[in-house]
Design a protein around this ligand. Structure first.
Ligand SMILES: [Zn+2]
Length: 539
């Protein structure tokens, strides 16, 4: 007797194999059978006539570390068919950290902030807390290099000494023992940016030995893109680590088209090494507003940066650096979330518009906002060419990752009424938060035919699980965990836009996480059956 039986649907199994007619039976948290099961007995039956039955999507790039603790329902993920999220990307993770450097790290990583106390030192302590909130999605944690380096070296711009390198290696090992799946770097973010390639190789040797992955937000995604790709590939080749290039793109107009070259470089490396990249289907990125500032402004940490803004001479230098940046178009930079109630009306507005309102120049406006919000201000900026985005996403080595910064609004009140309803002052978010996976299906499969259904699903599940080394996940196959999504190919589409980003997708009907529906007939069930997946080096 099955607990759940999904009949009459077409299975896209996640391997890249074309769809085939089969019923799927679930017992407990596992897929018990895939085949002709129509006459079998089951406690619950779903008629999936005309629908696809696919493995739950794996979002290889999120920043949900802290917001998962606050919004464990993860509605933005579940509603687009995502059953597993990778956290700790771009060098950003709240652990490991030593107490005396915690508040500085927190201010630095304000994009993942959720207004709760950070009280963890060890990696495993944080995972225990994640487990305790019972997230709706499975979680795969990475160690952020910002935290690792802050723990041992601090926030200064200098090479790590030999004993510090050893200490970071030991700490990395400890984190992997406690469940980390690998390391992420954010080489435009201090203090990760202060590391040399040699440091990254040394740390990744530890990761490689245990079969983990290295995800990198590279040193440049614009003018120095090619050098940055070479550095990432060299890091992987020298250390032997599995490489995942994060949110691959060519940022800013003078660099558009460069991905043609980077894709060739990556392809060549992939002949002998485990190399992939990920992307989201939008031409705008999203990050902390202070990312626009020159790196030197951050030497010593975010509080040093804020002090520099108070110093007349240094403020002027920062301002000049911002103003001399001619490829920056201020009307293409929107302020996303802010920390203060006072500036909440600026959310979703272009810097030019805010500048007019404040009577400041655009560059001055940026500095003013960073100061006023104490660095807790994010942006959405239009920096990519759609042809590049398409070229990257349709490449066979590309996996799908949303790069979503936070899980937005809670579902109120909890837990009885589960209709998603934005809280009145919900922060502005990038539409990728709700739309990444269905947009790939709508845009690249349905509208342009650049990908087949099965190619797209493989990028969202099977290939991703293989990359990460997940056991028994990412495919619709007997004996695998029942992470499943049932969707309607006619109706599936993203609804979130830049104007109205808080809209869940359409056509995603059922989402199972470990055998339990988190979404049923398109509605949240309130079940939270995700697992914090701790890395096991026997992978
Ligand atoms: Zn990043």
């Amino acid at each position: 007797m099955f607990d759940w039986l999904i009949v009459n649907g077409r299975v896209i199994d996640g391997t890249g194999r074309p769809p085939f007619f089969a019923d799927v039976g679930v017992v407990g948290d596992k897929i018990a059978a895939v085949g002709q099961l129509f006459h079998a007995e089951a406690k619950n039956r779903i008629d999936a006539m005309g629908k696809f039955v696919a493995p739950g999507f794996i979002d290889i790039h999120t920043h949900f570390d802290i917001t998962l603790l606050v919004h464990p329902e993860a509605y933005c993920s579940i509603s687009q068919g995502v059953t597993t999220v990778v956290i700790g990307n771009c060098g950003h993770s709240p652990v490991p950290i030593v107490e005396k450097r915690r508040s500085e790290l927190r201010q630095l990583l304000s994009v993942i902030e959720a207004g709760i106390e950070w009280r963890w030192e060890k990696f495993g302590e944080f995972l225990d807390d994640l487990e305790a909130v019972r997230p709706a999605v499975n979680v795969i944690p990475l160690v952020g290099h910002c935290a690792l380096r802050a723990s041992v070296v601090g926030f200064e711009n200098r090479p790590a000494k030999t004993d510090e390198l050893k200490a970071m290696q030991r700490l990395m090992e400890e984190c992997m023992d406690e469940g980390a799946w690998g390391l992420s770097s954010g080489l435009i973010y201090p203090p990760s940016a202060f590391a040399s390639i040699d440091e990254l190789v040394t740390l990744n040797e530890v990761v490689a030995r245990r079969g983990g992955i290295y995800a990198t937000h590279m040193r440049s995604e614009s003018d120095a893109l090619l050098t940055a790709v070479v550095e990432a590939l060299q890091t992987a080749i020298r250390s032997g680590v599995k490489l995942q290039i994060s949110h691959h793109k060519a940022s800013r107009k003078p660099n558009w088209g460069k991905v043609e070259v980077t894709l060739q470089l990556i392809e060549r490396a992939a002949l002998s090494h485990d190399v992939n990249f990920d992307a989201y289907p939008y031409t705008a990125g999203s990050a902390n507003l202070s990312q626009l500032l020159p790196l030197w402004a951050f030497e010593g940490g975010p509080s040093a940066m804020l002090r520099r803004l108070k110093d007349k001479h240094q403020r002027q230098q920062i301002l000049e650096a911002l103003e001399s940046d001619k490829s920056l178009k201020w009307d293409k930079v929107l302020v996303a979330s802010v920390a203060s109630d006072e500036y909440r009306p600026f959310q979703g507005k272009a810097v030019t518009e805010i500048a007019n309102q404040l009577g400041l120049s655009p560059a001055e406006t940026v500095l003013h906002l960073i100061e006023h919000e104490q660095n807790a201000v994010t942006m959405v900026w239009f920096v990519m060419d759609e042809r590049d985005v398409e070229r990257v996403l349709t490449h066979p080595l590309c996996l799908i990752g949303s790069d979503a910064l936070t899980i937005p609004h809670p579902i109120e009140p909890r837990p009885s009424s589960l209709a998603p309803r934005p809280v009145s002052n919900a922060p502005y978010v990038h539409p990728r938060t709700y739309g990444t996976f269905p947009k790939v299906l709508r845009w690249l499969v349905k509208e342009t035919g650049k990908l087949t259904w099965h190619e797209a699903i493989a990028k969202m599940a099977g290939k991703t699980a293989e990359k990460l080394g997940m056991k028994k996940r990412g495919l619709v196959r007997e004996g695998y965990f029942a992470d499943l999504v049932v969707f309607d190919p006619e109706r599936v589409r993203d609804c979130a836009t830049y104007e109205n980003p808080h809209l869940p997708a359409e056509g995603i009907e059922w989402v199972f996480v470990n055998g339990v529906p988190a979404l049923a007939n398109g509605q949240l069930t309130g079940e939270r059956t995700g697992q914090v997946l701790r890395f096991d080096s026997s992978h």
